[in-house]
Design a protein. Structure first.
Length: 274
């Protein structure tokens, strides 16, 4: 091989290596894990979102940690308020996220998040932690409780999973599926960056409670019809979640969508017990 060709070969190899190394570096930084651009309509930044406390004393520390973690975001704060529902039924209340735990049965799911959307806006949500599994040796640990509480509340903010393969290396975020949650108990910087992107703009209405149990919304995006639509659906039952949207790496459905009419849909995120 001539010296010129040898030089060009080394130059090309070096360029490819540089592109690859840069690509490996920038991919996580530009990670995109919003689930369909849905968000709470808000008229100010940071948005304040209320988390209804319907959990037992065994879960108090975990809902508190989750609220503190997500409030580290520059565009939203979460605040814990008195719950407004029976934990067993965990009915949604417009303008807030109701957080519940109960023995929901041997139905396969460890935790779920249900999110109501109208147009492009989230109007209410619920989070359920299934004590049927959390009362077992495998899941009755601070790491598993932190991961599931953090992840399901994260979905109600508009975030998707960063990864859905339980066998992959941990990404250091609760928005990552894992078989060992030791380092996946809290949000990471990618989560905060994604929230900043989702909530960068300001809306002319608010779908979150502002104060005194009121919202700044109007029409379909305020309380109105949203308060009663879908309230009779038993979302503890997987058959009520609608059709499958996406599966995880193990072939189990991780996201469902149900059209409930009047322009509204319910999305259900599931983390299955292993």
């Amino acid at each position: 091989m001539s010296q010129k060709k040898l030089f060009l070969s080394f130059a090309l190899f070096g360029a490819v290596a540089l592109v690859f190394s840069v690509g490996v570096f920038i991919t996580p930084v530009s990670a995109y894990h919003s689930w369909g651009n849905y968000h709470w309509a808000h008229t100010v930044n940071p948005l304040t979102l209320k988390l209804g406390d319907n959990v037992s004393s065994q879960w108090d520390a975990y809902i508190t940690t989750t609220s503190i973690d997500w409030s580290e975001s520059s565009v939203l704060d979460t605040t814990i308020v008195s719950g407004g529902t029976n934990p067993k039924n965990c009915k949604a209340v417009s303008g807030k996220v109701e957080v519940c735990n109960s023995k929901y049965g041997n139905n396969g799911w460890l935790g779920i998040a249900n999110i109501w959307v109208s147009g492009g806006h989230i109007t209410k949500g619920t989070v359920r932690a299934n004590d049927t599994y959390f009362n077992t040796v495998k899941y009755n640990t601070p790491a598993w409780r932190n991961l599931v509480m953090c992840q399901e509340v994260g979905h109600t903010l508009g975030l998707d999973h960063q990864d859905e393969n339980f066998s992959n290396q941990n990404l250091g975020t609760c928005m990552d599926y894992t078989s060992n949650p030791s380092t996946n108990q809290h949000p990471n910087q990618h989560d905060y960056d994604q929230l900043a992107t989702i909530y960068a703009h300001i809306d002319n209405i608010s779908t979150a409670f502002i104060s005194g149990g009121d919202t700044g919304g109007r029409g379909d995006h305020g309380r109105g019809k949203s308060e009663s639509v879908g309230q009779d659906i038993d979302l503890n039952d997987p058959s009520a979640w609608g059709h499958a949207v996406r599966q995880d790496a193990q072939g189990r459905t991780s996201l469902y969508m149900r059209d409930i009419g009047q322009g509204e849909k319910i999305f259900t995120f599931v983390i299955w017990a292993q």
